[in-house]
Design a protein. Sequence first.
Lengths: 862, 343
Amino acid sequence: MPANQRVSTLLTYTLAVLSSMTFEVVLGEPERAIWLSCVIGISKVVLALLAGWLLRFSLPTYFTRPEGQDHSLPIISGLVVALLGIELITRAQLGLWLPLELLLLLALQAVMLALVIISGSGTYHGMVAVMSTFLILFSAALGKPWWLQILVLGYLAAGIWWLMGKHWESLHSHLISSSTRRFPRSWLLIVPVLLGLTMLAIPLGYAGVTGSLSGFMPSSGGNGDSSPWARGGVNDGDTVIAGTENVKSFAPIDDAPFMTSHDLSLYDLFDDSYNEPIIPKNQDRAIALPRQFRSTAEQKMAKAQTGGRPFSMLRKSEAEKKTLPTNISTDAVAFLVGRVPLHLSLQTFAEFDGVVWQAEAEPSIASMQGTIQTIQGKPWFVLPVETRPMGFGQSELHAIKLVQLDTNAIPSPPGLEAVMIDQLTDASFYRWASPGRLRLDRERLPDLTVIHLQSAPVAEKSLRSSPTNFPSGAMQYLGMPDDDHLLRFEELAEQITKPYPRGWSQIAAIRDYVRSHYQLDREIRPPVDCENVPAWFLFDSKRGSDYHFAAATAMLLRAAGYPSRLVTGLYARDDRYDYRLRHTAILKEDVHTWVEIHAGLNWWVTVEPTPGYKVLQPVPTISESIMLAIWWSLQIIWQNFFVLLASLAMISVAFWQRHHLLAEWKAYRWRKSCHQLNREALLEAGQVLSLRFKAASWDKPDSCTLGRWLQQIRRSLDSAVSRIDGLKSASDMDESLTRTNEKIRALTPALRELSRSFECFAELHDAALYGPEDFFERLPFAEAQSLLARLKQLDSHWSSWRLKRVLKVLTQESERIQALSEAKNQPGEFTEVSSSGVVISADTRKAAARFRLNQDQLIASA
Amino acid sequence: MNNAVIDNSSRWSRSASEHDPAHRMNPAGENDLANFRQKINQLRSRLNSALLGKPAVVEYVLASLLAQGHVLLEDKPGLGKTTLAIALSQSIGSRFRRVQCTPDLLPSDLTGFNIYNQKTQEFEFQKGPVFTEVLLADEINRATPRTQSALLEAMAEKQVTIDGLTYQLPATFFVIATQNPHEQHGTYPLPEAQLDRFAMKLSIGYPQEDDEARMLAAAVKSSPEQGKSVRTTADESCLTPAELLHLQQLTAAIHVQPNVQNYLVQVARASRSHPRIALGLSPRALLIWQRLGQAWAWLQGRDFVTPSDLQEVAYPVLAVRLVIDEDSTEKMITELISSVPVP
C-alpha cells in the first residue's frame, strides 16, 4: 500500500471513530458516563476493523471483486431493516423504546461500521466518510454537551485533510477510465417487494388503523399520544387544544368548561332516528288475575312498565314524521377517541311482549361493589372483577365527550372494566343502570365532560374456543311472547343451530343467518295492528330496520335457549373517523339497536345481527395484522381485478418491449428533429440503431464499433441473399431448408436494401464518430441531403420489430445450414464469409457463430 | 491477381473497388491518395500472387510497410517467408538482402566493417547487408544476442555506427525477420527490447487446400527458371522508394480523433494492470500501434482511424509485445480488447 494511501485509510478510520464517539455520547445521555460512551464509540470501530481483517482473511476472493459487483449493498440494506425489526421487537416485548431520531442514527452508524468492515483496500472509504459526516452532524445537533463541538472541529480538520488526499488520488488516477458500474440485477427484486409492501400498506390505511402506527413515533402529546420515551418536543401537547376559546373544540382533556344547554334526551334521540312509537288507542277490557297465576316475568314487566321506559317495535313511518326545517344542523352528539367501530350501550331491554320492549330495571344498589383506584393520578372507577371477561383480549382505552345529549347513562363499550371522569373521586356517584351498565347518580351527565372508558373487547375467535356455554339460568332474558309464533321461532332456531354444538357457534350461526337472509330497510314498517313484530320481520317482510333485526335475533336466541337482551345505544362508525383530528364523531343518526348475550354474572357479549355493522375486535397481533393486510390486499385486488389485470398486462408488455419502445421513441424524435446531415444527427441515429439491435437481442458488444458491427451483419445479409439467389428453384433446396428459404426469398429485396443502408450508415457513423471535424462540411450538400433522406427512409422502414423479425429468420436459417453442413460433414456456405482480425468479444463470437462467420484466424492459425 | 482469392475475402477487394462508399466519401487528400491507391492495389495483387491464399498476411505486411514498422514472421520452414520478402522488395523497386542467422554470425557480418585497402593504404568501409531497403533476417533467433542487438540500432534509428562513425540507412529500411518457434535447441529467444522494435509478429500458416493445388499446378506449367516464381516476373516495380517514402509520410498524416487516441491509452493501461500480463504495452508500442492503425485505415480507403482499425491490427501488434505464454496469447488479447469499451 503506498504511503499516501495509508494516510488516507488512517484518516478515514479517524473520521469514523470521531463520528461514532459523538453518536455514542448522545445515545448514552444522560445516564451513561461520557468516558464510557467514548470508549464504546472507539471500540465499535476497532471491532469493525478487526472483523474486516478476519473476513478478508477467511474470504479473500470476496474482496478482489470490483466495487459494485459484490453483494455488499443488499447485506447493508438487510442490516438496516434488521435493526428496525429488532427495535420493533424490543418495543413489543420489552417495552424499551429508542426515540426515532436515535434509531435512525443507530442505523446510520451500523451502515458506517458495515462499510468499515468491508472496505478492505479502500474500496468504500468514500462511503464511510459520507456516512460519518451525516452521523457526526446529526449527533452533534442532538447532543447537549458543549464540548461535542470540539469533536466536530476535530472531525472538520481531519475531513479537510482527507478531502485533499482524495483529490490528489483522483488526480493521479484521472486517466484511468472507470469500468462501467452497473446496478446489480438482483436489486430489481426491490421493485416487487416495495410494490407488495405498498399494497399491504394501503389496506392498513383503509382499515382505519393508521392511528395505531402513531405509537411508532414518540410524541410529546400534541396528538393526544404522549410518549414517555420522546426525547423532547414542544411540550405543550397536553394543553394545546384546550377548549378555552371554543367550547365545542374537542380534545381528550379534562379541563373543558361546563356548559348548560337544552339537549336532546335519550328518548328524543331514538324518536328522531326511528320515529315515534305508535301508541295503541284501543285497550281491551281486562280482569285482574290472582297473584299466584302471575309469573315472575309478568311481575317484572309490570314493574318495568311502571318505569315508563318502553321501546316499541311499532313506529311511525317516515311519511308521518314531522317535516323538519331542512337547514337543521346535524351536529355530533358525541365525540369518541379510540378505536372504532364501537358499540356504546345506553339502555338495555329484557321484557318483550311482541311489540314493546321494556327497559331493564335498575339492580339493587348493594350489588355495586366498584372502587375508586388512583391510576397515574386519575381516579378510575374500577368495576368488580366478576363483571369482567377474564382472559380475553387486552384492555384498551376510549374517551367520549357527550356534546348534546341529555342522559345520565354512561355510554359503555362491551366488556367495560373501568370508568374515569376527572376529579370524580366518589365511588357512590356510579350506579348500575342495568346489569353490566353504569349510570351517573345525577340527572344528566355534565356537558362536555370527558368520560374515559377502559374495556376489554372479546375476540370472536376466542369466544368460539372458550368453554363458556352461556348459562340459561337468567329467566327474564329468555321470555318470549306466548303466542302462535312461538313454535315457529323455536323451529327456525333449531333448524339454524342444529349442526353446531351448544355455545358461541350456535349464537354466531343465528346471527349470521339473520345477517345474510334479511335486508336492511329503514323505511319499512310493520302493519299497525301487528302483534308480533319479530315474527312479521322473520317470516313475512324479510326486511326491516336495525331494531327489527335485533329483536328478531333476540327472539331466535331466546328460542334456542340463550339468555339475551336488546340494547340501544350509539354506534361509532369507523368511516366517520377523522384522521386529522384523530377522533370519531357520533351523529344523531348513529343510534343503533343490537343484542347482548348473557355469558355469566355481569358479563354480556355483544351480538351484532344488522348487516353493515361490526363489533370491535381486540387489537390484532402482528401476525394477525399481516394476515389482515394480506386479506385486504386480496380483496382490493379482487375488487379491481380486471383493471389491475389490464394494467399489469400493459406494464408487462411495456417492460417486455421496453427496448423496442425506447428505440422507436428515439427514432421518432430523431426523424422529427433532424434536418441536416451532421455529426450530431449521425451519432443520434447510431444510438437509435444500437437500441434497435438491443431490442432485437443483438446487443452490440461494448468493445465493437457500430460500424464494424453493421459490417458483420451486412456481410451475413449479403451471403444469405446471394445463397438464395444461387438456388434456381425450390427443388434445389434441401427439404429441411425450404421453409426458411421461402421466408428469406420473400425478404430478399428488403434485405438487399437493408444491407446497402447498413453499409452506407456504417461508414457515415464511423466518420461522424472518428472522422475529422470538418468531414461533413466537405460533403457536397446534395449528397448529404440524399444520404439523410436515405437514412430517414431506413429509419422509418426498419422498425425495431421488423429488424428483429428479419434477424430472427436469418438466425434460424444459419442454424439450419449449420446443422445441415455438420450432418454432411462439410463446411456450410457461410464459411466463405470471413472477417479477419481479432474477434472482439464473446458476444461477437456468438453472433458470428450464428452466421457461421468463420473468424479468419489466418495469422494465428499456423 | 486471382479473382478467387479476392472473392474469398471481400474485405480485401473492397477497398480496391471504385464503388466503395468509403472511397467515394473520401474528400481529404483526394489527389494524393487516389494516385497511390492504384499502386498499392498493384502491390497488393503482386504479393497475393506470390503468396497464394494469404491475403490477410499480405495486408498486414502492407500496413507494416506503410507504417515504417518491421515484421517478425514466426513460422515453420517452407511456408513462403522468403518468397514474401523477395516479392515485396522487388515490388517496391528496392534492394533486397538476406541474412541467414547462425550462432557464428558476427555483428560485423551484418553491419559491415572497415577493411584496410593496401592500394590506397586506407581503411575502407565495407557495407554489410543491413545497407539495403528490405532486409530478410532468416531464423533471427539462431543468432547470438550480440548479433541480434546489432540490429537494434539499425531497426530503431535507421543508422549503423561502426568504429565511431555513423552511417545512415535508407529511409525506407524495412526488416522482415523470421524465426522458427518449434526448434528450441541452439536458439536465443529475442529479448523484449528487441521484440518491441518489431511492429508486428505474423504467422503465415499452411495454405488452404485449393490454394495449395493451384500452387502445384502453376509450378507444372512453368519452366524451372520461371518456377522461381515472382523473382523473374517482377522486374517492373510498382513503387519507387521515393514514392514509398511519400506514401509513408501521407500515412502518418491520417487523422486520428482524440477519442480514438484515448481508447488506445485505455487499452494500454488495461494491459498494464492486467493480472496475467507480465509486461504491458510500452508508449513506443502505442506509437507504432497508432501508426499501424493509420496505415490500416488508409488501406481501407479511409482518411481517419476508427477503433476497429486498431482492433484489426491489435493481434499481431500485441502478440509481439505482451509477455504471456504462447497458448493463451490469442485468448488474452481478445480478453484485453473486449474489456475496454470503444468510444
